[in-house]
Design a protein around this ligand. Structure first.
Ligand code: PEP
Ligand code: MG
Length: 547
């Protein structure tokens, strides 16, 4: 048994085979197609081939391991014929005009999560089967041989590092855990691992060779440890720990449907952060009151071209409709820094985090910005969409944004296209925005504090630099004072203020945030119920008195 220690990104125990991630593999890219009929024909051909393969496996298993064990391959053949599954693939291909691989991966994810969240144990187990058939289809669609399909069991992914664009394209059902050699706690890869609520480690000195690849591994997320080839005693102890965590999670399920209200009657909104429509199932499972941050740039990162108005509209509409009357805050694209898109043709920069990113791109490339705004305004007719602008430093930017948004609203109205009346808010993630938050509050409908960047810019610490993790003190009094100041200024102007950076999920600060009067915490879906528990057990008045 080998033990490697890393830094914990998300807790939990994962037990499974380790798969060393090699760049370029296991990715499902979202590509636009013009001929959706041809794409559906590709899908149907892949399905026929999958049925044929499964029939072969059934016959082989029948001879070798008997009927009872072979039956699973029959079940998989039936699942491939499931009307709902096929209708979902068709709907995604045709309505979003995308490739079959993407539609299969998205459908597989959604169905597997739906099964996994059911009470019935038998139905729960079907999640693995949906995942299996989706993998088989993907392998066939990708033109790989069938042996590879059988290698597709969920695994612990070990990698040197993962760029956000790679992480978003990994098939979520294939990933039990992430363990990376590099990476920093505040990188977007770490954030995505938290969104997926899976155990994850970074900064783990793991050799990415045959001593690890294909071996049995155990990741203990909270202890920050991975065991390779664990001995029997460790395996037994970890299984027990995994069971205990499962029970703890089940207990939290009893908090579903409860209001987020403290013992002395203070309410707080608990929303979810997402990067993809695939995350919606977890948002619903965890009883989020809304979506506090939809990082729309992930739509751009998943794509090989500028997403069109129509493509974006369909995605935003789907989120809005799925969330019904709950607020969905969509942040306009925050490309730049670590989130790079080849087709934006951006030049290398000396200091990308301080560079050409987010709203700076939008304000200098209004055609890109307007396409997204048109999609957002149109989708706002189908639900409670709010638009949020990132990386604001001052009032001039906000006025410019509002002017462009107004032009878009006018254009759409003149064209007779239905639109809603979305709230418009900004992220407070630069020290400048904090210092002028009294002025900014008069211009917008809400504030959401991005503590990841705010900490980076306030403490002058590159959030991507793993060597600086020890210096990245998100509890620094400067940060806490800034949050308090922003909330106060928001309230003076009669608007609400929330936190959507990772600090919002820091359970050691929940009571402090309540004491500051923070109105909303937007966190990874898996953190909602644990925070609700703290809220329900807190007496804010008593906490303030005891400080
Ligand atoms: C933040 O900076 O805190 C934030 C929420 O945005 P991102 O992490 O995507 O930069
Ligand atoms: Mg940010």
């Amino acid at each position: 048994m080998e033990i490697y220690k890393g830094k914990s990104v998300f807790g939990g125990i994962a037990i499974g085979k380790i798969r060393v991630y090699r760049k370029g593999k296991q990715q499902v890219k979202r590509q636009r197609v013009t001929d959706t009929d041809a794409e559906m024909a590709r899908y149907r051909a892949a399905k026929e081939e999958a049925v044929r393969q499964l029939q072969g496996l059934y016959e082989k298993a029948l001879k070798e391991v008997g009927e009872a064990n072979a039956a699973i391959f029959e079940v998989h053949q039936m699942m491939l014929d499931d009307d709902d599954y096929n209708a979902s693939v068709e709907h995604i291909v045709c309505s979003q005009e995308v490739n079959a691989e993407y539609a299969v991966a998205a459908t597989g994810d959604n169905f597997a999560q739906m099964f996994a969240s059911m009470d019935d144990d038998y139905m729960k187990e079907r999640a693995a089967d949906v995942h299996d058939i989706s993998e088989r289809l993907l392998t066939i669609l990708n033109g790989a041989d069938s042996a590879a399909a059988d290698a597709g069991e969920p695994a612990i992914i070990a990698a040197d590092d993962l760029a956000p664009s790679e992480t978003v394209q990994l098939d979520k059902d294939q990933v039990l855990s992430f363990v990376t050699v590099h990476g920093s706690l505040n990188s977007h890869t770490a954030i995505l691992a938290r969104t997926m609520a899976i155990p994850a480690l970074i900064g783990t000195p793991l050799p990415l060779d045959e001593t690890v690849d294909g071996r049995l591994g155990i990741v203990d997320g909270s202890a920050g440890v991975i065991y390779v080839d664990p001995d029997e005693a460790t395996l037994a102890a970890m299984r027990e720990k995994q069971q205990a965590e499962k029970q703890k999670k089940e207990l939290l399920q009893t908090l579903k449907g409860k209001e987020n209200i403290t013992l002395d009657g203070q309410k707080v909104m608990l929303y979810a952060n997402i990067g993809n429509i695939k995350d919606l199932a977890t948002v619903l499972q965890n009883d989020a009151g809304g979506i506090g941050l939809f990082r729309s740039e992930f739509i751009y990162l998943e794509s090989d071209h500028y997403p069109t108005e129509e493509e974006q509209f369909r995605i935003y509409k789907q989120v809005a409709e799925t969330m019904g009357n709950k607020r969905v805050i969509i942040r306009t694209l925050d490309i730049g820094a670590d989130k790079k898109c080849d087709y934006f043709g951006m030049e290398p920069e000396e200091n990308p985090a301080l560079g050409y990113r987010a709203i700076r791109i939008c304000l200098t490339r209004p055609e890109v910005f307007k396409t997204q705004l048109r999609a957002l305004f149109r989708a706002s007719a189908f639900g409670k969409i709010a638009i949020m602008y990132p990386m604001i430093t001052g009032i001039q930017e906000v006025r410019q944004i509002k002017q462009i948004a107004e032009e878009v609203r006018k254009e759409l109205t003149e064209q007779g296209i239905a639109i809603g009346d979305p709230e418009q808010g900004i992220m407070i993630e630069t020290p400048a925005a904090v210092m002028v938050s009294d002025m900014l509050a008069k211009e917008v409908d809400f504030f959401s504090i991005g503590t990841n960047d705010l900490t980076q810019y306030t403490l002058a610490i590159d959030r991507q630099n793993t060597k600086l993790d020890a210096f990245y003190d998100a509890h620094h009094p400067a940060i806490l004072r800034m949050i308090s100041m922003v909330v106060e200024n928001a309230h003076k102007a009669g608007i609400w203020a929330g936190i959507c950076g990772e600090l919002g999920a820091d359970q050691t600060l929940t009571r402090e945030f309540l004491a500051m009067g923070v109105d909303e915490l937007s966190v990874s879906p898996g953190s909602i119920l644990p925070i609700r528990k703290i809220v329900l057990e807190t007496d804010v008045g008593a906490y303030k008195a005891g400080k």
